[in-house]
Structure formats: structure tokens, C-alpha cells
Design a binder for this molecule. Structure first.
Ligand code: DGJ
Length: 694
């Protein structure tokens, strides 16, 4: 049994690790261990008193879930305000419930009618487990939640940890930032309404770790709204981390009889970053992604945005579709510009009716043409937004977040619809449902192109709830549409990767990770994306972007895009016959290696930023097949050869591969230990090696 409970000590065992906490004599929850497995019988809870009048025992204790109050002055996981004005919590332990791999540890306030349940779920076969918290107001008066984390973590070592997160931006999602936390607090957060392009809703904490070794502690929050991950190292050199909803401009009124469930956190301890990624890839596919398409390979798609912009019409989409079909594309997606008066970004958003000037025969004619070419059809929408110059806004100027006394600030000429309103939700559901019912659409690209501002919502008794309610409303709309239209895949996009977290991946099948389609930049962005998110969910387009500073060949761009869910996005009508042949060959190759890339084990063998070249390997479950991508923007100083030591193969099996123009056969042990000397030279170097067990 992976969960042992004895004398109020809870031992949770994953495949290779143990997570332990308990309840002490005074009813306090206490964290005891996260690391290698020990004998469960050895655990006990040490209690001690205040060190002196300034260093209290509550500050020193490592707790499992710290609540605000008493002589505890560090960061807390939970803070509430009771209706009589009391702002302190004092929890007592009420017991636990265990069912299979799920554990619920129960507390309630000693005076007020608030129940707190710490929830844990193990997943057999993984070192990843799931945590969340449930709150219940069992009284009559409302309780105001002011801060509610999904989980608190204590790291075992008193030496400093390095935190790996992002310090990105639009077009630069996934630019990484490693910081060693010596003291004070490190905060990664979003205050924008979406998880955003900047910092990421996870922590990855380590000491002396690399791709293949070292303890790596990680936790990813399944949430697409305002989040906060804060890590602090105290006087006693202990590192604690809080993960959950951002408490910035947040509060939530919990009425009598109501419950609140936090977003889930998927957390674990891995041996190296590679092991972390491989575990999270499999875990997410099996347990997080909507299951309809989780285990199915994602189609090669074409998206028209970079080719036609807003200037879409039946004619140019049909021409592009013909070229896409000739290249082997399986799904044709028409992007922005097909509806209302949407000729640019200044008008039409909100009017989800086909523009009859651009599509005189409706969408049907285009969809039939696409289908007759053997492809499925997909379409772009941005349901949460409205242009002031739209029929929707003219009819319902009160449907956006706003204050009557403040000037609404537009970004990209658009305002955010108040999705906490039932009438707005009903309007959007009805329109999107009709769009999917009347047309043979198999794919929705759900976009969201601006952060919130002027966050007034006078439909709400407590408008500070809107940040959270908006995210929940998006999830709810997508879930309801999926239930009605199970054949439709959903992609999450927010000006690129502004909503690419594991919360989005609990409702959407895939993500558009960045508007930056430059293959050189993608080498970095894709590495960060796949740290905690599955390769198959990462849409990667081959486009015409590159420009004079960073020219790359079409082959190079395919090499990079084939390392995710391959898609095409260039203006195919301008491609020469030779270019089309490159497209055909690479799409055909991708279809052969797709099971490896989308479902195999990923090994990052060389890093474009640190090693001058990128080397990424994918191996199938039975270790009978592997593919290795090599790409370099250009090597320096006449370097000659690099030794490629492969990974993940069966050491005793022999593998055949074409290398340096010759067929060779080597054992897995040789390929992983002695390695192959590769000649990586020149600008734009790219190659794909395929290995087959003999
Ligand atoms: C932002 C997205 O990231 C792009 O791919 C494209 O869909 C545009 N919006 C359309 O307005």
C-alpha cells in the first residue's frame, strides 16, 4: 500500500520517493520528509518551544500547510477573515480518510465553522503526485478567503537551492532564469488575468543537478489565471515554497454551506531534469490532458495566419488549402479575420458570424473544399474579447470589465468581456455551439490577446473574485463545448504562449507556445516548454520567418518544428516546386517518426544555448526505435567533431542507422558510452538520424 498511516504520521510512497508529514500533540500539521524511502516506522515528530521571544517555534517549524495567526510571522498558505472581523485561524486536527491512493487530512477551526481538507493523490508508476486543498464554510455567515494556496512545500536541505523559472515576454516565452535563493523571498507570479508570457506557474528547485543526475524537486500548478509561487529561505536555512492562486487583488466570499477547491498541483522529485520531463510528459498525457485525444497522435496542421493575416477570403484560403494538402497536411486551420467586420484588429471582435463579402457561399464552401482535399477543417476564435467597434459591444456596452468612473484602456483595440456574467457565458456558448453544429469543424484555436484592466464587475457582490471566476468560466465553456462536440480538438493560445500552463492542458489538447516562429529562437523556447509539458502538446510551425539576421533554410526550420507537433504556417502559394518537395518529404518523414516524437521518451543531449548545437533524442517505449535531431545555427572557432553519446537505448540490443552517408550497426551500449563522432560544421547545420533495433 503506498500510503501508510500510523500514530498520526502519513507516509506517501511514490515509485522511488517518500513524502511524509504528521500531526503533533498540539494538532499542528508538520512536514517531516521528502526524499528517498526510509522505514515508515522510524518517523516521529519532534516538538520544541520558542527559541526566544523573537524566534518562535511556529516560525521554525516546517509545516505541511501553514495558516495565518498566532506567533507565526513567515509566509502562510491560508488566510481568511471571519464575519466578526477575526483574521486569525486556529486549526484542530479532525482525522483523515484514505481511499486507495487518495488521502484527505481533515482540520477545522477551533472556534469558527470552517473546515480545511488537505488532499493528496498518488499515481502508481510515477514519482509525480497531486495535491490540492478544499475549504468548506459549515456555518451561516460568509467567510472571506484572502489567500488560499494549493500546497506548501518544505525542501530537505539547509543548503541553498537554485530555482529554474522563466523571465520571458511575448515572443520570448520560456527565456529561462536560474536563481539561487540564499535568503529572503523569490516570487514568480502573474497579475494579468492569465498565467501569461513572463513567469511560469511552477517551481523547479535543485542543487548540483543536470539533465541526467541530481535531485530535482518540482511542482506545477494547474491554473491559467493569476498565480503565485513564492519561495523563501529563513534564518534557519530552511526553504519553503507556497504555490497557488495569487493573493494580489484576490479575495473570495465563501457563503454558508459553500465549498472552495483550489487548483491542483502536480509535484515530484526526479533524478535530473530529463527524468523530471519524461515523468511529467507521461503523467500529463495519462492523467491531465482531456482523454479524448490524449493518446492519439496530433495531426500535421496548416495555419493561415502568417500567410494571409486578416486578409482571409474563400479564394485565398482554398488556394492555400490545395498547397497544404499537396504537402501532406492533415488539418487546415483558418485563423483570424473570417467574421464580422474583421478586416484589421480594430473591428468585429465579438461578432462571430461569417463575413459574407469574404465568404459569399458561407464557410460551408471552404470546408467542403478542404474536406475534398482529404483534410479536416479548423477555425480561430477569441471568445473572451470584444472590439468597441462591433455589433456586440454596441448592443451590450456593459458586458466588459469596467468602472463607470475610469477610462477603459484598450490593448490591440480590444476589451475583455465579463465572463463572470451568466448572460455573457450563455451568449458565447450558444454562438460557439452553433458554429460547431452547423459546420464540420474539427479544431478550435481559442485565442486571448490581452491582459485585463479596469477590473470592475458590478454583477458580483465581491468583484475581487473575478480574476478566479473568469478562468473558471473559460474552463467551463470549453468543457461544455467539448461535451457537445467530442470530435473537436481545442488549442489554447493567448498571443502565443500566454496560457500554456497545466491548467490549460487539463481542458485543451494542445498549446500555441509562442508567436515567435523563428527557428533559432524556437530552439530555446521549445526546450523550456517541454521541461514540464508534453512534446505532443507543443504546436510548432514551419514559417517564412527568419529574416536577414537569422536566415535559416527550409530544411532547418523543419528540423526544429518536427521536434514538436509539426505544423506549417508559411505562404505556400509562394513556395517553389523545390520548396514544396522539401515540405512533402519532411511531412512524410514526420508522419513516420510522429509516434516517437509525440509519445517517446525525450533526452536533451545538447543545448543550443550552452553547446552551440542542439541535439534532441526520442526513444520509443520498447527501445526498438529512436530518432535524433541535430541542429546548429553555426559553429565557431573551426571546431571539428563532437562525440554524440546517445541515451535511453537498450545496451544489449544492436541498432542500425545511417551515419555520415553510411549504414552502420552498433550496440546500444556503444552508442551510449563510446558514442558517435559527428561533424557539425557551418551555418544552418541540420540532420535527422533514425535508429532501428535489428
Ligand atoms: C495571436 C496568435 O498568437 C496568432 O497566432 C494569431 O492567431 C493572432 N492572434 C490572430 O489575431
Amino acid at each position: 500500500m503506498p500510503i501508510y498511516v500510523k500514530d498520526n504520521i502519513f507516509v506517501l510512497e511514490t515509485e522511488r520517493t517518500q513524502y511524509v508529514f504528521g500531526i503533533d500533540n498540539s494538532g499542528l500539521n508538520r512536514h517531516l520528509h521528502w526524499g528517498a524511502k526510509c522505514d515508515p516506522a522510524d518517523y516521529f515528530i519532534e516538538t520544541f518551544g520558542d527559541e526566544n521571544s523573537n524566534h518562535t517555534m511556529l516560525d521554525e517549524y516546517r509545516q505541511e500547510y501553514t495558516v495565518f495567526g498566532s506567533t507565526m510571522y513567515r509566509e502562510c498558505a491560508l488566510k481568511v477573515r471571519f464575519s466578526d472581523g477575526c483574521r486569525e485561524l486556529d486549526l484542530q486536527y479532525d482525522g483523515f480518510a484514505q481511499e486507495g491512493d487518495t488521502l484527505e487530512v481533515r482540520f477545522s477551526d477551533r472556534h469558527y465553522p470552517l473546515k480545511v481538507r488537505l488532499c493528496y493523490e498518488l499515481t502508481p508508476g510515477f514519482d509525480v503526485f497531486t495535491r490540492w486543498v478544499e475549504l468548506e464554510n459549515t456555518g451561516e455567515q460568509p467567510i472571506l478567503l484572502e489567500k488560499v494556496c494549493s500546497a506548501e512545500f518544505s525542501l530537505p536541505s539547509q543548503k541553498p537551492y537554485t530555482f529554474r523559472n522563466t523571465n520571458g515576454a511575448w515572443g520570448g516565452e520560456g527565456i529561462e532564469c536560474m536563481q539561487t535563493l540564499m535568503g529572503g523571498t523569490l516570487v514568480f507570479e502573474s497579475r494579468r488575468g492569465i498565467s501569461g508570457h513572463n513567469q511560469s506557474p511552477y517551481f523547479i528547485a535543485y542543487q548540483n543537478a543536470d539533465e541526467a543526475s541530481g535531485d530535482v524537486y518540482f511542482a506545477a500548478l494547474a491554473y491559467s489565471g493569476n498565480f503565485k509561487v513564492s519561495a523563501a529561505r529563513d534564518l534557519y536555512s530552511f526553504t519553503r515554497i507556497h504555490v497557488g492562486l495569487n493573493d494580489f487583488d484576490f479575495s473570495y466570499t465563501l457563503h454558508g454551506g459553500e465549498s472552495f477547491e483550489t487548483p491542483k498541483v502536480f509535484c515530484g522529485l526526479a533524478k535530473g531534469f530529463g527524468d523530471m520531463s519524461r515523468q511529467m510528459h507521461k503523467f500529463t498525457v495519462q492523467n491531465v490532458l482531456p482523454q479524448a485525444f490524449a493518446e492519439k497522435p496530433l495531426p500535421v496542421l496548416y495555419n493561415s495566419w502568417e500567410a494571409t493575416g486578416f486578409d482571409v477570403n474563400a479564394e485565398n484560403q482554398m488556394r492555400l488549402a490545395e498547397k497544404a494538402a499537396a504537402a501532406g497536411v492533415e488539418l487546415f486551420v483558418m485563423d483570424d479575420g473570417w467574421f464580422g467586420a474583421r478586416n484589421n484588429d480594430r473591428a468585429g471582435l465579438g461578432d462571430w458570424f461569417v463575413n459574407s463579402e469574404k465568404f459569399p457561399n458561407g464557410l460551408q464552401a471552404l470546408i467542403s473544399h478542404v474536406n475534398s482535399l482529404g483534410m479536416d477543417f479548423g477555425i480561430w476564435v477569441e471568445p473572451e474579447m470584444v472590439n468597441a467597434d462591433s455589433d456586440l459591444y454596441r448592443a451590450h456596452p456593459d458586458w466588459t470589465y469596467h468602472y463607470d468612473t475610469r477610462t477603459p484602456h484598450e490593448l490591440r483595440n480590444q476589451r475583455v468581456l465579463n465572463l463572470t456574467r451568466a448572460d455573457v457565458q450563455a451568449y458565447l456558448f450558444e454562438l460557439l455551439d452553433r458554429l460547431l453544429t452547423e459546420n464540420n469543424i474539427r479544431y478550435i484555436k481559442w485565442d486571448m490577446n490581452r491582459p485585463f484592466s479596469e477590473t470592475g464587475a458590478d454583477n458580483l457582490e465581491n468583484p475581487q473574485m473575478l480574476w478566479h471566476l473568469h478562468t473558471m468560466a473559460v474552463y467551463d465553456l470549453v468543457d461544455r463545448l467539448r461535451a457537445r462536440h467530442p470530435q473537436v480538438q481545442f488549442e489554447s493560445c493567448a498571443s502565443g504562449g500566454g496560457r500554456s500552463d497545466l491548467g490549460a492542458l487539463s481542458h485543451f489538447d494542445e498549446v500555441w507556445p509562442s508567436d515567435n516562429t523563428d527557428a533559432i529562437d524556437r530552439m530555446t523556447l521549445q526546450k523550456t516548454y517541454t521541461l514540464l509539458r508534453p512534446v505532443k502538446t507543443m504546436r510548432a510551425w514551419v514559417t517564412d520567418v527568419g529574416g536577414p539576421n537569422k536566415p535559416t533554410s527550409l530544411e532547418f526550420r523543419f528540423n526544429i518544428a518536427m521536434q514538436g507537433a509539426l505544423s506549417l504556417g508559411g505562404d505556400l502559394t509562394k513556395y517553389s516546386e523545390a520548396d514544396m518537395e522539401i515540405c512533402r518529404e519532411n511531412v512524410a518523414l514526420y508522419k513516420e517518426i510522429r509516434p516517437l516524437v509525440q509519445f517517446g521518451d525525450l533526452y536533451r543531449l545538447a543545448d543550443a544555448d550552452e553547446d552551440e548545437f542542439l541535439c534532441t533524442q526520442y526513444v520509443n517505449k520498447s527501445k526498438t526505435e529512436s530518432v535524433v535531431f541535430l541542429a546548429a545555427r553555426g559553429t565557431r572557432f573551426y571546431k571539428k567533431r563532437v562525440i554524440l553519446r546517445l541515451a535511453g537505448l537498450d545496451p544489449v540490443r544492436r541498432y542500425r542507422l545511417e551515419f555520415d552517408g553510411k549504414m552502420i550497426e552498433k550496440s546500444g551500449a556503444y552508442l551510449m558510452e563510446a558514442g558517435l563522432a559527428a561533424h557539425i560544421r557551418g551555418a544552418d547545420y541540420n540532420t535527422v538520424l533514425r535508429l532501428f533495433a535489428v
